[in-house]
Unconditional design. Structure first.
Length: 76
């Protein structure tokens, strides 16, 4: 699941295991500064502020690819 507050520029994504990660509009790939709520995305998880992990490199998945929940790669 994806939520996004365009006014604040922040949102959250939930991976297939149910973990939730915050993201900033700057972390969206492709020049867009907006993701519609509920859009399925792929993303990377990176160390963020205050020792928490956050999502970056968000890429919208096409309906054909988005058969499951959002996916991510664990940090190395």
């Amino acid at each position: 699941m994806t939520t996004f507050d365009a006014r604040r520029g922040w949102g959250t994504v939930t991976d297939s295991a149910g973990a939730e990660f915050e993201f900033h509009a700057a972390g969206i790939v492709g020049g867009s500064r907006h993701i519609d709520p509920g859009t399925r995305v792929a993303f990377d998880v990176v160390p963020g502020h205050r020792g928490r992990y956050e999502a970056r490199g968000l890429t919208e998945l096409s309906a054909a690819v988005a058969s499951g929940s959002a996916s991510h790669h664990e940090p190395a």
